[in-house]
Design a protein around this ligand. Structure first.
Ligand code: NI
Length: 191
């Protein structure tokens, strides 16, 4: 099932998401729907708040970047209750986009290497180090769990220049390329 994507301005995208337990209801179905949704919307990562669940879960399939980065090939993973324990290296710039901010992409500065601790879909614990495209995607998705969007990481000047476009997304004055959930007074956040 393809789920609607929460649009910039939706309160769930501003919240710090909550950890989950192994018995979280219908977890495997949710993960399956998230993969279907990510492939349908042509994303390389999707975080639970983007499908209106304020829980610490995101998925990644970096395969579309395989030509630029061989480690991206078949990199398909589920991250539950993740914690980035280290980020290192000199910051570099890469043009990021986000399913919650359609038709927009901007250069974002991030450190290139990370260490992350997380559980997989069977709640086995892992601790791994990544760099390149995979690290970049993980950092972007991890931010979603902290209530941070890549536009929050831009300079004030860039954000000012984007103000109109952001307002249009927030108020639903766009033609969304896929089903989206816009902010309104009735927005209900599920955990
Ligand atoms: Ni995103």
């Amino acid at each position: 099932m393809v789920l609607p994507i929460t649009a910039y301005g939706h309160p769930v995208l501003k919240k710090r998401a909550e950890e989950i337990e192994k018995n979280y209801p219908d977890l495997h179905t949710l993960i399956e729907y998230m993969f279907e949704t990510m492939y349908e919307t042509v994303g390389v990562g999707l975080a639970a708040p983007q499908v209106n669940r304020s829980i610490r879960l995101f998925i990644v399939d970096a395969t579309p970047y395989a030509e630029e980065d061989k480690h991206a090939e078949n990199f398909k993973k589920v991250f539950i209750n993740p914690e980035i324990t280290e980020e290192k290296g000199e910051e570099d710039l890469f043009k990021e986009s986000c399913l919650s901010l359609p038709n927009l992409s901007e250069y974002v500065s991030r450190q290139p290497k990370i260490r992350i601790r997380y559980m997989d879909e069977d709640f086995n614990e892992h601790e791994e180090e990544y760099d390149g495209m995979v690290a970049r995607i993980i950092q972007h998705e991890y931010d979603h769990l902290e209530g941070i969007l890549y536009v929050d990481r831009l300079s004030n000047l860039t954000r000012t220049l984007l103000k109109r476009k952001l307002k249009d997304i927030e108020t639903g004055k766009i033609d969304p390329p896929y089903k989206m959930l816009f902010a309104n007074k009735k927005s209900k956040i599920k955990t």
